[in-house]
Write a new protein. Structure first.
Length: 118
């Protein structure tokens, strides 16, 4: 079982920045991929960004050049730096992880709300 604890959401004005953190209860060496999905009211959950154990990153087209995903293996933590935020980025962001030993299973955090509004 993997527990993921997120933090860093909040209210920010358009054009502002936020940094989300997600800390795993297991070593990063056992995690194949980790990242963030988001879900806005009335919409499907969508992948925002992900990073693999090999350091390969993947971003949704809508956030490329604005969001940056990174990780700190010593802290078992993945970060999502979000810059130039737009109102359409408003959503609940969920951290997820896939274990190397169980790549077919997905573990989820409880989510953190990001609201972009003036």
């Amino acid at each position: 079982q993997v527990q993921l604890v997120e933090s860093g959401g909040g209210l920010v004005q358009p054009g502002g920045s936020l940094r989300l953190s997600c800390t795993a209860s297991v070593s990063m060496s056992s995690i194949y991929a980790m990242g963030w999905y988001r879900q806005a009211p009335g919409k499907q959950r969508e992948l925002v960004a992900a990073i693999t154990s090999g350091g390969i990153t993947n971003y949704a087209d809508s956030v490329k050049d604005r969001f940056t995903i990174s990780r700190d293996n010593a802290k078992n933590t993945v970060y999502l730096q979000m810059d130039s935020l737009k109102p359409e980025d408003t959503a609940r962001f969920y951290c997820y992880a896939r274990l190397a030993s169980r790549p077919g299973s997905v573990y989820w955090g409880q989510g953190t709300q990001v609201t972009v509004s003036s």
